[in-house]
Design a protein around this ligand. Structure first.
Ligand code: G3P
Length: 217
């Protein structure tokens, strides 16, 4: 499973990229707002921190506007992935951009039929929003499972990018359901490695090691 980090905070991205475990980055207009940075400037900086895809979202609502913005965003770096909303204009832009050789991420997916449409439009990634469905009392994970089944039924190679992830269990359940990628907030990504028994076991090993008086090397 690939891990993307869902943030426009360059310090967080740099720290995670340094681990060698980061496969890409996703941003959206809310995350750009939160960063307080200029979209062009911060996206360029992020693209320099990872070789993986960096999703940058268009903000126009119409096809022509999306295509103009996509051309500007695509100029930033080779690893920019154009993020488009799941609307008919967004899908039309997705089809055109994918055909022109760009990576695309269709976002704000809340149903299996929307995901089917995105695959037909040739999306590189589809972003089903798990957490926001859970917030409404709808099981977001069922959506991941349904999309996996549909894509496998027809051999679509659009990658399922589990988004709106809020918990470590969201990552685990997305992996079990067969999502190709999870885009994860920095705090949740760091929490994936944590277990109290690991900490407790390590403390015990280190205490015993100190008693030996040895050192390695
Ligand atoms: O990047 C899109 C998605 O991950 C947003 O998540 O927490 O705002 O629902 P959230």
């Amino acid at each position: 499973m690939k891990f993307f980090v869902d943030t426009a905070d360059v310090d967080e991205i740099r720290e995670l990229a340094d681990t060698g475990l980061l496969d890409g980055v996703t941003t959206n207009p809310s995350l750009i707002m939160k960063s307080g940075r200029d979209i062009m400037e911060v996206t360029k900086e992020i693209c320099g921190l990872t070789d993986g895809p960096v999703s940058a979202e268009v903000t126009a609502m119409d096809y022509d506007g999306m295509m103009k913005e996509a051309a500007v965003l695509a100029e930033i770096a080779d690893n920019v992935c154009i993020k488009l909303p799941l609307t008919m204009d967004g899908l039309k832009a997705c089809k055109a951009l994918t055909s022109a050789g760009h990576q695309t991420n269709v976002t704000l997916c809340f149903s299996a039929t929307q995901a089917l449409m995105a695959a037909k439009a040739g999306a590189t990634f589809i972003s089903p929003f798990i957490g926001r469905l859970d917030d409404m009392g709808i099981d977001g994970m069922e959506l991941i499972e349904d999309i996996r089944t549909i894509y496998d039924n027809y051999g679509y190679d659009t990658q399922i990018l589990a988004a709106s992830i809020r918990t470590v269990n969201h990552v685990k359940d997305s992996a079990i359901a067969g999502a190709d990628v999870a885009t994860i907030p920095p705090s949740t990504l760091k929490a994936l490695v944590k277990h109290p028994l690991t900490d407790k076991g390590l403390d015990a090993f280190m205490a015993d090691w100190a008693k030996t008086g040895q050192s390695i090397g």
